[in-house]
Design a protein. Structure first.
Length: 127
C-alpha cells in the first residue's frame, strides 16, 4: 500500500543530517519556519525516544500558486522533513511524496515542481 512517504537512509547522525538540511535551505533561500525536536520534548516530559526532529519550511512563491489552485493543499503546507533514528541507530529522512500530494489535492501537474523541493532536499542531505 502506498503510504505517500519518501524515506531515505542517511549515513549521518540525526543532528548532522539536520545541519545539512538547514544549510541546504539557507543556500536555496527557503525559509525554515520551525525545527521541532520531538525527542528533546519527550525528554523534558521524562520520556525517552530516539533522536527525532521535524523541519517545517517553505516559500510563498512556491506554495501560494498551489494553495490558489487547490486550497486543501494548505493542510500539507508548509512542507516538512522528518529526521529520525530507528531502533538500530540508523538515521532515516522522510517527506511526503509530491505525487501523493498531487493525487491527494488534485492541483495541476504543472505545479509539481513547486512541491518537489522536499524530495530534492532529502536526496541532497543524505548523499
Amino acid at each position: 500500500m502506498e503510504t505517500g512517504l519518501i524515506r531515505e537512509r542517511s549515513s549521518y547522525s540525526v543532528a548532522h543530517t539536520v545541519e545539512r538540511l538547514e544549510e541546504l535551505l539557507k543556500q536555496k533561500g527557503i525559509k525554515l519556519f520551525a525545527l521541532i525536536d520531538h525527542s528533546g520534548e519527550a525528554e523534558k516530559a521524562g520520556l525517552t525516544m530516539p533522536p527525532t526532529k521535524l523541519l517545517i519550511f517553505g516559500n510563498p512563491k512556491g506554495g501560494t500558486p498551489l494553495m490558489t489552485a487547490a486550497p486543501s493543499v494548505a493542510i500539507d503546507l508548509p512542507l516538512k522533513i522528518l529526521v529520525a533514528e530507528d531502533e538500530a541507530g540508523q538515521t532515516w529522512v522522510s517527506c511526503n511524496s509530491p505525487a501523493y500530494l498531487q493525487q491527494r489535492h488534485g492541483f495541476p501537474p504543472e505545479l509539481m515542481a513547486n512541491i518537489g523541493v522536499a524530495q530534492a532536499l532529502v536526496q541532497a542531505a543524505v548523499s
